[in-house]
Write a protein that binds this ligand. Structure first.
Ligand SMILES: *[C@@H]1O[C@H](CO)[C@@H](O)[C@H](O)[C@H]1NC(C)=O
Ligand SMILES: *[C@@H]1O[C@H](CO)[C@@H](O)[C@H](O)[C@H]1NC(C)=O
Length: 293
């Protein structure tokens, strides 16, 4: 299979787990490669689909592994939680989600009858998955909540159901399998007839949010934004294809021989041995100067 000619890459979205690091260890030469990317002022963002760890926990994990990452409020690292928080900020009055003590955890606290809720967001929040809470959000979704009865807009705005992810079950630390948010989202979908919009990677909304944070211009068909990861579906599927990102599969992490040509998956645009190998070739092209004019 002949590889397609690589377009001019304006920015890079980088998967963390399996691509930059495996467990708590960096992949081969990844720390140096990232440092070089930064030295070259090449625009990039880290993307993680975790909804368990907050951005600051992940930042610390990367720092501990030796990576030069910005800490604190930074646009560099994106998780689905952060994408949701950003969505709440930009869409305005989704007041069902106060920022809680845990810097990013989104919790549906009190259903204030005076607050006109305009979205329901479901993440993994075990203590909220009970009849009362689920019933309250069901009522919000179908426009039966007290706050909505006073709404005089006609027709009443449709309330979206947004899910961080739909994992059916998860591995809970050391205690075996546990229910994920998926079945609860499914219950709300079934009761309301609505389909949840999934906001985690690889949804289009997730990648769009991250790309907006880059503020980078892509001009014409020979330029693009690239995404690199070890999982052809979670990292490079869905929104990565819809948005026509240049998709690079690395042979580290969960990669297994033949993943790039498996049935039912859209083959990646490039396959590389590692993140560092890709960065080497990216920067040698970049140093040669973007061949515009
Ligand atoms: C995140 O993606 C990894 C693959 O990169 C997958 O194994 C995991 O289940 C995903 N987690 C969630 C919460 O979707
Ligand atoms: C809800 O679930 C029932 C039982 O599985 C199914 O028959 C029905 O079609 C579902 N309705 C919707 C709207 O998903």
């Amino acid at each position: 299979m002949a590889e397609k000619a690589r377009p001019i890459i304006r920015a890079l979205l980088i998967d963390i787990s399996g691509t930059l690091m495996i467990g708590s260890m960096p992949t081969h030469r990844a720390v140096q490669a990232l440092a070089e990317l930064r030295r070259a002022r090449f625009p990039f963002r880290f993307c993680s689909n975790t909804s368990k760890e907050s951005t600051s926990v992940l930042q610390k994990k990367m720092l501990d592994a030796g990576f030069d990452v910005q800490i604190g409020e930074s646009q560099e690292l994106w998780t689905s939680l952060k994408a949701v928080r950003n969505l709440i900020r930009t869409r305005g009055r989704i007041s069902s989600c106060p920022e809680s003590a845990k810097d990013e955890c989104i919790s549906a606290g009190l259903y204030d009858p005076n607050v006109p809720y305009d979205a329901v967001i479901v993440g993994l929040a075990p203590t909220f998955f009970n009849y009362d809470h689920l019933n309250s959000v069901f009522r919000i979704l179908v426009g039966e909540h007290d706050s909505q009865k006073r709404c005089n807009e006609d027709p009443k705005p449709s309330i979206p159901l947004i899910a961080l992810h739909k994992a059916r079950f998860i591995e809970s630390s050391g205690r075996g399998l546990a229910l994920g948010p998926g079945p609860f989202v499914a219950a709300l979908e079934n009761a309301t007839g609505k389909e949840a919009e999934v906001l985690g990677k690889p949804s289009k909304a997730f990648f769009q949010t991250v790309i907006e944070s880059l503020d980078c211009e892509v001009d014409g068909p020979d330029e693009c934004i690239a995404v690199i990861g070890d999982d052809i579906q979670t990292d490079l599927g869905g929104g990565a294809m819809d948005l026509r990102l240049w998709r690079i599969l690395v042979k580290t992490g969960k990669y297994r021989a033949g993943d790039e040509s498996k049935d039912g998956v859209h083959p990646p645009d490039e396959v590389c041995d590692s993140f560092a190998d890709f960065v080497d070739s990216l920067l040698s092209a970049h140093d040669a100067g973007p061949s515009k004019e």
